[in-house]
Design a protein around this ligand. Sequence first.
Ligand SMILES: [Zn+2]
Length: 158
Amino acid sequence: MSSPRWLADEMVGRLARYLRFVGCDTRYVRGLSDDEVLELARVEDRVILTRDRRLAGRAERALLLESPDIAGQWRAVHDAYPGVPTDIRFDRCTECNGNLEKVVEPPPEPRIEGVPWDRVAQGLPLFRCAACGHFYWEGTHTADIRARLASWTGSPAP
Ligand SMILES: [Zn+2]
């Protein structure tokens, strides 16, 4: 994957989640001062994603997002960084940015509600966040996300 590591500020949390869906290492920060955001980006070698022109102007590497909506922001990211994936990868936790691991042996009872254990037993790949334990799998929700991602990249800018 040829995507930089990202640091999303609190104005672009939704974008951060979708970047994690496609496997990008995306740190999302809230409640930090501009100086703290800039320092974190420098130390962790991340490109800042922000709608704040002043913050972007002070950063070594930043992408200023002009669009207030997710579709426009998504296109701006891919225009500036064409190597960023456009399809879901089960690499990153959308909740916490942790690494996902394939669950080789489903955990014993009691099993967490909501996970389609019967389908997992039949071979549906299941992934788990190594950091927070959140589960991921292919389902109707991933189909919806795929359709959304396709519509954002496929349609002209508003
Ligand atoms: Zn997680």
